[in-house]
Design a protein around this ligand. Structure first.
Ligand code: FRU
Length: 469
């Protein structure tokens, strides 16, 4: 579509769709979600000149994975967000099948986007361009066009540039599929964001000690944390195990040491980033005060997503809460950012045998929980969390066939920190050693009940709603 046809259609979709989405009882009270249509990956997450900017993959025209634009929100404090002008639309030849994921950098005071222009052909094949756009005085973005075609030796599945500054150069990691259909992450270098040199593969299937480990690695993000290099990626096609890698596609990380010049990334094992039903394509940024923050998409493509009931209300998916990352003994830990405490009402406490405790309203709730013994948390008869000596088991019925499905976190669970919204929970285990993020769609208002004979200790807060302005 051209700008002339796309823009009126987007405007109409938003005018019609936003009141419907906002009226939906599953629409989040305090998480970011699309005002209409489909939202997927967070893009261009950056702390720029004192404000956070979060862009997102967005189809304003419906709930299908089509017409991908970049929506744009900004915030000074990670709790009050405002809508910014639509950043990118797929209205050029080189991005006509979608302005796919990418990142934002501060190029000498200019907020600059690096994204993938995706082009699909009638015969089913595709190509991809890595493109630039720069912010203009009106807060929108002017496209500068493609700066890189497909690198030699890869299929049309090359996308999701994450760019950062290191020393005298710009660096980029790029998700790719090689001609043997193995998923890879490429490292590239540039002096000016325009001319890129492909330094080589730094991780992927059949590399770094892996056998076959997926046919496409998308959405890479590489950063330093506590002296270590951490590479986040979404390796599609990793083998399912009994209790891990159970989602259609996983989101995972590698931790190690990066030699930029060789290039060589010596890393440990692949570790799943989130063990819940919905989590994908996260992106990180560094704050002015030196914290590494992450936001993920609380969705997964190609599974049961289109069966979610919000599709009937014209919208689908939400982001996770912003999380702060730390490294503990090589383990990447995630905790809700401290700014979220500003949403809390008055602290309340409960203590006693689980089954004797009253159930809580869980529409907008934060709780911290310690237990002696085994306990089950029941979210409105729709989502159940069993906490036993072996770890956690999260149960939810398939939207397709109604059968119970499970996700697991194995290990000694000492305490839980849980954030609830109207149709989501984020369960942080042992101060962030593990996380389970999931959507759920209760038939009645969200509640949280306790079962079992464990002795429980709770601190909890109801959370203030925060709409994007
Ligand atoms: C991940 C992803 C990216 C791509 C984008 C398209 O969810 O497939 O690889 O850039 O979504 O919306």
């Amino acid at each position: 579509m051209t700008t002339r046809t796309l823009l009126p259609a987007i405007l109409q979709a938003v005018m019609k769709g936003q009141p419907v989405a906002y009226g939906d009882r599953y629409y989040p009270r305090w998480h970011l979600a699309p005002v209409t249509g489909l939202m997927n990956d967070p893009n261009g997450f950056i702390h720029f000149q004192g404000r956070y900017h979060l862009f997102y993959q967005w189809n304003p025209l419906g709930c299908a994975h089509q017409h991908k634009c970049w929506g744009h929100w900004s915030s000074a404090d990670l709790t009050h967000w405002r809508h910014e002008p639509l950043a990118l639309m797929p209205d050029e030849e080189y991005d006509r099948s979608g302005c796919y994921s990418g990142s934002a950098v501060d190029d000498n005071g200019r907020l600059t986007l690096c994204y993938t222009g995706n082009v699909k052909f009638d015969d089913g094949s595709r190509t991809a361009w890595q493109c630039l756009a720069v912010q203009n005085a009106d807060g929108g973005f002017d496209k500068l066009g493609p700066v890189m075609p497909l690198p030699a030796g890869y299929t049309g599945h090359v996308r999701d540039p994450k760019v950062w500054r290191h020393g005298e150069h710009w660096y980029m990691v790029l998700g790719a599929q090689d001609l043997a259909l193995q998923g890879k992450v490429l490292l590239l270098r540039s002096d000016n964001l325009w001319n890129w040199e492909n330094l080589g593969e730094i991780a992927g299937s059949t590399l770094g000690g892996f056998d076959e480990a997926g046919y496409m690695w998308e959405c890479p993000d590489l950063f330093m944390l506590d002296g270590k290099a951490v590479l986040i990626c979404c390796p599609q096609g990793v083998t399912r195990e009994e209790k891990r890698y159970l989602n259609t596609y996983p989101s995972a990380y590698l931790c190690g040491d990066l030699d930029y010049d060789k290039p060589e990334f010596r890393h440990g094992p692949l570790v799943e980033l989130d063990a819940g039903f919905e989590f994908y394509a996260p992106q990180t940024t560094l704050t002015d005060d030196g914290r590494r923050l992450l936001i993920g998409w609380m969705g997964v493509p190609d599974g049961e997503e289109m069966l979610q009931p919000t599709v009937a209300q014209g919208w689908i998916h939400q982001m996770t809460c912003p999380r702060e990352l730390t490294l503990r003994d090589g383990l990447l830990c995630q905790q809700p950012v401290r700014e979220l405490a500003a949403l809390r009402g008055e602290e309340q406490r409960l203590e006693g045998i689980a089954a004797t405790l009253p159930s809580l309203a869980a529409e907008s709730l934060e709780l911290m929980l310690e237990a002696q013994g085994e306990v089950t948390l029941d979210f409105a008869d729709t989502l159940r969390l069993e906490w036993t000596r072996d770890g956690l088991r999260l149960a939810r019925r398939s939207l397709a066939c109604g059968e119970w499905m499970h996700r697991y976190w194995q290990g000694d669970v000492r305490r839980l920190h849980i954030l609830c919204d109207r149709s989501s929970v984020e369960i942080f285990i042992n101060d962030g050693e593990g996380v389970m993020s999931s959507r759920y769609f209760p038939a009645t208002d969200a509640t949280l009940g306790f079962e079992g004979d464990a002795q429980l200790r709770l601190r909890y807060w109801s959370l203030r709603a925060c709409m994007v302005e």
